[in-house]
Design a protein around this ligand. Sequence first.
Ligand code: NAD
Length: 170
Amino acid sequence: MKISIYGSGYVGLVTATCLAEVGNEVVCMDIHTDKIEHLKQERIPIYEPGLEQLVQDNIATGRLRFTSDVAEAVQHGLFQFIAVGTPPDEDGSADLQYVLAVAESIAQHMDGHHIIIDKSTIPVGTADKVKSTISAILETRSQPYEFDVVSNPEFLKEGSAINDFMKPTG
Ligand SMILES: NC(=O)c1ccc[n+]([C@@H]2O[C@H](COP(=O)([O-])OP(=O)(O)OC[C@H]3O[C@@H](n4cnc5c(N)ncnc54)[C@H](O)[C@@H]3O)[C@@H](O)[C@H]2O)c1
């Protein structure tokens, strides 16, 4: 399957690498261009046991690529994972600006059916906001592409993230 992942932080990088390891073709996108350049050189910004080797192996097979080109990412994957940060807002609620910015980018560049997957930690109701953000932009583009928005929250623990992903039942 072709998969695009937005955010190459802890969650995005681990998810991208593990999905590539099980055979998918994955493009991992981030707006942080330095981080992407380092990742292309197999320089890993976090310490997670086993991650560096898996990144190297999957870049070598061509199943894992990194980009800061959002159009390339949108056009790659049927499945589009949003794995950007959701820091606490001033009132303690999750700040959804990064999630909704990705939704806008997807809507601006999509050219067919996509399944958009919220992997960031978000409150109930966010899928509706993602959906309405995308619908509004598709309307201005006069492009009635079909899309689905689903939720797949992440529960990994830093330090055992690869194991948590690969063996979810323990
Ligand atoms: N780290 C954890 O242990 C953990 C565990 C479970 C859930 N989560 C949740 O997963 C989500 C991601 O967490 P994280 O720790 O990976 O965050 P992070 O801050 O490490 O990484 C987020 C990345 O998103 C990138 N980004 C921001 N805007 C973007 C955009 N428009 N397009 C592409 N990339 C963009 C940033 O540059 C950054 O590299 C959060 O909602 C967090 O609460 C984290």
